[in-house]
Design a protein around this ligand. Structure first.
Ligand SMILES: Cc1ncc(COP(=O)(O)O)c(C=O)c1O
Length: 426
């Protein structure tokens, strides 16, 4: 009989805690390190796991026990990759495209990506400035490795995409979270950048639109941020992974600000290719030799089959299918947002893009993790606690991902309303 688990247990594992309720004493089998086991690098202690994984494990356990769970915690679209992309991937495999490509990517794909900026953003981009990467994640790691020395600091929005801080940590740099709120649409501004720029600051990384808030930086504000960063001799990195998923008026790409701006993007979200692991970056010509060297050493190349498939993703006939999916996502947002507000969630700034709603939960008098757990257990709705995205007012927020059908969103809303009723009557 295994001893009961407690958080004080040195071998406690978050998934075990999540599953404990359903299978008391459940343990994830793992080898106990021998006493002489060499130590692991200190940086691993600074890299936090996603708290939502514990929610997900619990949701799966509930499903296994026969409960119906609406998944609104997942940060990827529920739609499958469109057929023309899949077919291009299969054709690439059949044609034997199973070897490495050049580290910067297939020349044809680099040209197509550069062409995408000309066609959709009115910006002429030299294909030589494009590096194809294993997801935006690969691009972020590559950029951090290319730009920052140990001890250098990069400013990030808090709340923001949590991995950014960890990418910085891996290269011994520091991601500095700048608290942001509704007054700046949960985004950095030129003024905040000026205010937080310190002697070791070397750059600023923004996501436009952002995760977890889906809010957008106004074009004039982004220009002003660029000017401040440039005046200080720093780097501006703009993660545009959700940029094609802006539902209102299209915003200009940061590529239009000048070729000194590093732009990151991906085939994951708009192009519905998360599992293909493909993204890209645009960097200034002077940085490309360093990027090339690092890409050769870190990755050798991005996945070859995915690169061939991505050529089909950029074709006009595929775009028609992708735009239809985008319209579905927008309809989901338009369904969910007013209903959440009606239920008492505080969403002060309209999420103009991505597929997230970052909602304030003050009205319900609970911390974000307890609240997420309550919704899971009492409403069968899985969401992400704000604590996954930073520390600034994280306990007061949760993130809803509308990566499930409108029908399921309606089910979720009805169940949430029932679960919250007793809280609102207090
Ligand atoms: C803001 C942001 N950047 C980058 C990524 C990484 O995406 P991928 O590596 O799938 O392209 C994500 C994924 O959720 C994200 O939300």
């Amino acid at each position: 009989m295994k001893p009961p688990l407690s958080r004080a247990d040195a071998t406690w594992h978050p998934l075990e805690a999540a599953l404990d309720e359903f299978e008391p004493g459940f343990r994830i089998e793992r080898e106990q390190p021998p006493l002489h086991f060499p130590r692991v690098a200190k940086r691993t202690a600074d890299i936090e796991p996603f708290r939502v994984m514990a929610i997900l494990a619990r949701a799966r356990a509930l499903e296994a026990a026969g409960h119906d769970i609406v998944h609104m915690e997942v940060g990827e679209p529920d739609f499958p990759t469109p057929e023309p992309i899949v077919e291009a991937g299969i054709a690439a495999l059949r044609a034997g495209h199973t070897h490495y490509t050049p580290a910067l990517g297939l020349p044809r794909l680099r040209e197509a990506i550069a062409g995408h900026y000309g066609e959709h953003h009115g910006v002429a981009v030299d294909p030589a400035r494009v590096c194809v990467t294993p997801g935006a994640s690969g691009a972020l790691l590559l950029v951090m490795a290319a730009l920052f020395d140990p001890g250098d600091e990069v400013l990030l929005a808090d709340p923001g995409y949590p991995c950014n801080r960890h990418f910085a940590r891996v290269v011994e740099a520091r991601g500095i979270g700048v608290p942001v709120g509704p007054e700046t649409a949960f985004q950095l501004t030129a003024q905040l950048v000026e205010q937080h720029w310190g002697p070791r600051t070397r750059g600023v990384l923004v996501a436009n639109p952002g995760n977890p808030t889906g809010t957008v930086i106004a074009a004039a504000e982004l220009r002003a941020i660029h000017a401040v960063v440039k005046a200080r001799g720093g780097w501006l990195i703009v993660d545009e992974i959700y940029h094609e998923l802006i539902y209102g008026k299209a915003a200009p790409s940061a590529a239009a600000l000048g070729d000194d701006v590093i732009v990151i993007n991906s085939f994951s979200k708009y192009f519905l290719m998360t599992g293909w692991r493909l993204g890209w970056l645009l960097a200034p010509p002077s940085l490309m030799p360093a990027i090339d060297k690092l890409a050769q050493n870190l990755f050798l190349s991005a996945p070859t089959v995915a690169q061939h498939a991505a050529l089909a993703a950029l074709r006009p006939e595929t775009r028609v299918l992708l735009e239809a999916r985008k319209a579905e996502l927008r309809a989901r947002r338009d369904l969910l947002l007013p209903e959440l507000r009606h239920l008492g969630f505080d969403v002060p700034v309209e999420p103009a893009g991505a597929f997230y709603i970052y909602a304030g939960i003050d009205r319900f008098g609970m911390s974000s993790e307890a609240f997420a757990e309550k919704l899971l257990l009492e409403a069968g709705v899985a969401i992400t606690p704000g604590t996954d995205f930073g520390s600034h007012q994280a306990e007061r927020h949760v993130r809803f991902a509308y990566t499930t059908s409108s029908e399921r969103i309606r089910v979720a809303l009805a169940r949430i309303a029932a679960a919250l009723k007793p809280l609102l009557q207090r």
